[in-house]
Design a protein around this ligand. Structure first.
Ligand code: ZN
Length: 279
């Protein structure tokens, strides 16, 4: 059995409609294994809708996760923006939990000119409040701040791993493409392997058993990420990445965020499954 499930960020283009339920059905038809529900413009799904989504996903055997709204900045200057950001993450977690999604991800913050250490302690403080609230609600969703693609955005690999070490039920969303775009490095087997080794050393083998990964092609420049591209139109060495994931026996989910969504998700899955492996 494959250790990794592959799927799309949002409903596949070839789904009957853009609805989450049709998206899940299409994921199953395509032979993919997971889908990330995109609440990026706001959490507009209600509890009744989420229950239908959960039933569909269970019936179709599709594993779900959710991506929180873009309008989040846990390092905002204004207290009301912090409160609103926390509310958006909490709402993502609440609806995700009803969808029986086990993981949520989101873009945590911008530095806004702060030294990274200062932004880190601010993000950690407000994320800790979120985690305490979810604990009080008995919400067991894993909360995964994402490794980000621009130097103006909070979310180096180190920062995300540190949060994961320090806060209970916080884990990384390792966006390998973002990290490549941000550093203009990390595009070879050995560099990908070094990331996986770092995850293992900081968080233990259990983290490699339950990875949440984002992959796509990407265009990037001096300020990091410019835009997502299809894998074959970008320089991203996805085959090397898949080999490293195989060799480290990484398990969990891989969400494809290329513009062509399911096409690259299927390419990643087929490539991964065709890699030679020891029996
Ligand atoms: Zn994202």
């Amino acid at each position: 059995m494959a250790g990794l499930l592959f799927g799309t960020g949002g409903s596949p283009h070839s789904a009957a409609t853009k609805s989450t339920i049709d998206g899940i059905k299409r994921i199953a038809e395509l032979g993919l294994g997971c889908m990330e529900i995109e609440f990026v413009q706001g959490v507009k799904m209600g509890e009744a809708g989420a229950r239908l989504v959960a039933d569909t996903a269970t019936r179709e055997g599709v594993k779900l996760s959710a991506h929180g709204p873009y309008f989040i900045n846990l390092n905002a200057r204004e207290p009301e923006k912090i409160t609103a950001s926390q509310g958006r993450i909490l709402q993502t977690a609440r609806i995700a939990s009803i969808c029986r999604a086990e993981n949520i991800t989101f873009h945590a913050a911008f530095y806004l000119g702060d030294p990274p250490e200062k932004a880190y302690s601010t993000v950690k403080k407000y994320l800790a409040e979120i985690m305490n609230q979810l604990k009080r609600e008995n919400n067991r969703v894993w909360v995964r701040p994402e490794v980000m693609g621009k130097p103006s955005q909070f979310g180096t690999l180190e920062e995300i791993l540190n949060l994961s070490v320090e806060l209970e039920r916080v884990a990384p969303c390792v966006d390998f493409t973002h990290w490549h775009a941000r550093t203009a490095k990390f595009n070879s087997y050995h560099e990908f392997a070094s990331i996986l080794l770092q995850v293992k050393q900081r968080l233990g083998t259990s983290a490699l058993d339950d990875m949440h990964i984002h992959v796509s092609g990407i265009a990037y420049g001096k300020s990091g990420e410019i835009k997502h591209r299809n894998l074959k139109e970008s320089d991203f060495h996805y085959v090397e990445l898949l080999k490293a994931l195989r060799d480290y026996d990484a398990r969990g989910i891989v969400i494809c965020e290329s513009p062509n969504l399911e096409e690259d998700a299927l390419l990643l899955q087929a490539t991964y499954n065709s890699l030679p492996r020891e029996v």
